[in-house]
Write a protein that binds this ligand. Sequence first.
Ligand code: UDP
Ligand code: MG
Length: 328
Amino acid sequence: MNNRTDPILYIVIPCYNEQEVLPITAPMFLQKINDLAAAGKISPDSRVLFVNDGSKDRTWEIICDLAARDPHYAGICQSRNRGHQNAVLAGLMEAKSRCDITISIDCDGQDDINAMDAMVDAYRDGCDVVYGVRSKRETDTFFKRFTAESFYKILNAMGAEVVFNHADYRLMSARVLEEFARFREVNLFLRGMVPLVGFKSTCVTYERHERIAGESHYPLSKMLALAFDGITSLSIKPIRFITGFGVFVALVSFIGVLWAVIEAALGLTVSGWASMTSIICFVSGVQLICLGVIGEYIGKIYLESKHRPRYIISDATPNFGEIKEDAQ
Ligand code: UDP
Ligand code: MG
């Protein structure tokens, strides 16, 4: 399917413990679908698709209630919590054969729903991927803004093509999703993987708001893990850097040896056990870091080699139809 004039849109929304947020934001998503359909931009068969990511609160009950009340709401439920990236993937993969376009968005109201109008317009003008880009991040703390900016800079320096200030608010057409389904990695970093698919793309800017209710599920430790995962799953430059650094250290130590030999030849006492010890400690530390980085890649190979399913759906609302699951 690739219907540009009257596309069926699925808004894919990952939800983890969002019982406070859902009753507020769900009607906003539905309203957006109704408005877009009324304006003749999308088909009235469009849906709001919630992906319950193994929530421990009443999130799934709320989704089922919504779907029972209005057929434009649908939901699928992951068998356990697998994290935001896998939840988005589950929604996209299950939606792709049912619609022409998907828009993935968080359910907490932080990303401006009104940017969807411009996204759909861009699709109707021929774009297959539309990235939502945050114009201002004033609602984020200085620390979050600083770490996020450094992260994008590092990623780009590593050769990965990641759109600056874009998270996972994006439109993707069904044909892009069909191609994307062939990217089989288990370690997901969607915003870095999508640009690799190609096709015509553009950006739409929006302002990021405060979370409507509830709390962020991304504390510093999870953010760092995602950042590290992003870098190591998109680039092998850290390993090249290690090689380069190894050559540099070898050269410096060669100069040191040469110096000691010259000192000895001149009959001088070769001094400096303290500097020797510190150099040994420094080099050992560097070696351990390098081993850690290499270990990270080996760990990734190990995890990827198992070919485990990337998501498992345990339940779906009755109006969603048959579950297709992530084909290998
Ligand atoms: N989320 C999820 N699984 C998780 C953690 C989060 O599906 O394990 C969802 C969450 O419900 C929200 C989105 O991912 O819709 C983004 O999470 P959050 O708002 O906590 O992150 P932040 O915006 O603070 O980075
Ligand atoms: Mg959020």
